[in-house]
Write a protein that binds this ligand. Structure first.
Ligand code: WTA
Length: 651
């Protein structure tokens, strides 16, 4: 069994963490530069005093969370807030609820009944609007449709869709009836989808004929057709047919039209009564080694965690227009497009669009047209905007913006300053939020109104205990690099890895007494945390997690490849790009043609996000005597840095 953080553990003598930290920017840790938001932000914020809120939490953690949970509606109250049986936690024990009741029914009964819940924008500026009432109706129709085709509580449903309202409706419909959704990002390829369907034993796959990207249609249904060939659990495929002029043909034995599934079903669908600890969804994330992990989130704690952070981190108010540019296919979309913002009753914008199509003004046009007030995006997009220049945002009236957010990878100080100045008008607070698929909710940031420090995400939010420690779990001195860990359980934490509880326990067993996030970080004297990057074999490309193991196995599945090793190379725009070192099988010779074939092969099997940018054919790969590839040595060579301790390297 490979260790989860093998590169780090392989290196015994050398303080790998500190070297990595130094190569980043330790100067920043010493020179403290802050931005202080206008006091009015703090005055009106949901959390007005970070220090006081944090102390309140420490004084009585259970009451802190219970107080938040009481704002939501439960069918039956909990009899215990938390049970911590290391490394297993349960939250709101004995309580019953349905998250969709809190995202929909709860608002229907109030002044929010006719409030806009969702505004969808297409690439050509098309718009579709759902009020809370309409969304509620549609979710119930879809839920009844799913029931009609045999979906029951506990069944897994795979959702592989473009960014359209129906993607969100399908997620909520599953949650309504207690089916466990597993959303797969629409950009994944055949093998990636097949693996996820099989691992979850999905009974139904919900998809669409096409996705639209940069003016082109991308066939999703054909990918599904291939992906279910070796997926015995799949009984039905539901197809949303967007192309009305020439509707795609359906195979009646297995496929059913999305609309048809819902037509004629009863209007009402009472929410399934869920136990607080019943699973809500599975979401796959790249593992450091081996195949992706099915992260399991449960109903009660996840609802409380995403509700609390949506309200307190983004400081959402009833008249805000909130736009998160992620896709619901990632955790950011699950927590901060769907469940959190709807639980607080926000107006949520979704757009099937890219930041630079048809031109680099596409985002700012949407902000202007819809009067977006809270805007959440990724550093990779911000760096792209920086590159094309501030003339683009300056063409639009984006003064409606009030709060800016960032997620997915470190927000470097230059990008922070550009974002603050040119998008935020030197006025909007920026919440650089650190969290993960596994954490389910935002964990570290700078709360609205607090002074911000470029390069630093901030401090653990009230409710969370986080620190930077060494391998033994001892906090490192300020300014020194270490591992980012979480020390106490939190409501929205993952409960297990689907069908692989051993991988779950690894998170809590790598460093004694802590949840190990897998990130390297530095803490300043002021307690602010700077997240540096991954400590393991996960590469973050444009904010998306890619496992080296996944890319390597895709490459090795090509007939020409005998062995593969993949590394991440720092890139000013994308954060990292992927480089693959390949040993060819006998009878195959290196050529540019073969390189493009291999890149295409990865595109088709895993998807465009996992494509190597560079391929190098080699005769040998550096390995330990026990045969493990030492990617760290390849990386050091590639970047021209000291490879460190290579005593375990075979001759
Ligand atoms: C990275 C995305 C620095 C980190 C929500 C983490 C970040 C991984 C930040 C999780 C941030 C996310 N600053 N790094 N603000 N946010 N990361 O599971 O390496 O897709 O471990 O969840 O993204 O990625 P995931």
């Amino acid at each position: 069994m490979h260790s989860a953080y093998r590169d780090v553990q392989e290196t015994k003598e050398r303080d790998w963490v500190n070297e990595m930290t130094e190569s980043f920017d330790v100067k920043l840790v010493e020179q403290a530069k802050y931005y202080t938001p206008d006091p009015s932000y703090r005055e009106h914020a949901w959390t007005q005093n970070y220090t006081q809120a944090y102390e309140e939490f420490l004084a009585d953690p259970e009451e802190f969370w219970a107080k938040i949970a009481r704002h939501l509606e439960w069918f039956k109250p909990w009899n215990k807030v938390r049970e911590w049986d290391y490394p297993y936690a349960k939250w709101f024990l004995g309580a019953q609820l349905n998250i969709t009741h809190n995202c929909l029914d709860r608002h229907i009964e109030t002044h929010r009944r006719n409030k806009v819940a969702l505004i969808w924008r297409g690439e050509e500026g098309e718009e579709r609007i759902y009020t809370y009432m309409k969304l509620y109706r549609e979710v119930m129709r879809c839920a009844n449709g799913l029931k009609r085709i045999g979906v029951q509580k506990g069944d897994r449903v795979c959702i592989y869709m473009p960014m359209v309202p129906e993607q969100i409706i399908a997620m909520l419909a599953c949650a309504r009836i207690g089916a466990v959704h597993s959303v797969v990002f629409g950009g994944f390829g055949v093998n990636a989808l097949n693996m996820r369907i099989n691992d979850a034993d999905a009974k139904v796959v919900i998809t669409a004929d096409v996705a639209i990207r940069r003016g082109k249609t991308i066939q999703l249904k054909t990918t599904v057709e291939e992906a279910i060939i070796n997926a015995p659990s799949v009984e039905k495929v539901v197809v949303l047919r967007r192309e009305k002029d020439q509707p795609v043909e359906l195979h009646p034995e297995i496929e059913i039209d999305f609309e048809e599934m819902m037509n004629g079903t009863p209007k009402e669908c009472p929410p399934e009564v869920m136990d607080s600890e019943d699973p809500l969804f599975i979401l796959y994330t790249s593992g450091s080694t081996g195949p992706p992990k099915g992260i399991v989130h449960t109903c009660g704690g996840y609802m409380v965690g995403t509700y609390y952070t949506s309200l307190h981190v983004f400081d959402i108010k009833d008249n805000d227009v909130y736009w998160c540019t992620a896709d619901p296919g990632w955790i950011t979309g699950h927590s901060y497009i769907v469940y959190g913002p709807l639980a607080v009753g926000a107006t949520v914008v979704i757009a099937e669009t890219t930041p630079d199509y048809p031109d680099p003004g596409s985002f700012w046009r949407i902000v202007q047209d819809l009067g977006v007030t809270v805007f959440y995006t990724a550093p990779t997009a911000i760096r792209m905007f920086m590159k094309v220049g501030e003339t683009w945002p300056s063409k639009y009236d984006i003064r409606s913006l009030r709060v800016l957010g960032s997620v997915g990878e470190p927000l470097n100080p230059e990008a922070f300053e550009w974002y603050y100045k040119f998008i935020g008008d030197n006025r909007c607070p920026i919440v650089d939020t650190w969290w993960q698929t596994e954490t389910g909710m935002q964990m570290i940031t700078t709360m609205i109104g607090e002074r911000m420090r470029p390069g630093f995400a901030g401090k653990p939010i009230p409710g969370i205990v986080a620190d930077v420690v060494n391998k033994e779990g001892i906090p490192v001195a300020p300014g020194t690099g270490g591992f980012l860990v979480i020390k106490e359980p939190w409501p929205a934490m993952l409960r297990t890895v689907f069908k692989n509880d051993e991988r779950y326990r690894k998170y809590w067993e790598t460093i004694p007494g802590c949840y190990t996030a897998g990130d390297l970080a530095v803490k300043g004297h002021d307690g602010y945390i700077m997240v540096i990057g991954r400590a393991d074999d996960i590469i973050i490309v444009s904010g998306h997690n890619i496992g080296t193991a996944e890319v390597e196995s895709a490459l090795v599945s090509h007939q020409a490849v005998a062995e593969a090793a993949v590394i991440g190379k720092p890139d000013p725009m994308k954060g990292n790009t992927i480089k693959a070192f390949l040993i060819l099988r006998v009878g195959h010779t290196p050529s540019d043609r073969l390189k493009s074939d291999l890149i295409y092969h990865v595109r088709m099997t895993l998807g465009p996000i996992a494509m190597p940018q560079e391929i190098e054919f080699v005769e040998k790969l550096p390995k330990t005597r026990s045969g493990k590839i030492m990617r760290r040595v390849l990386k050091a060579k590639e970047l021209g840095i000291d490879p460190g301790d290579i005593s375990t390297l075979e001759e």
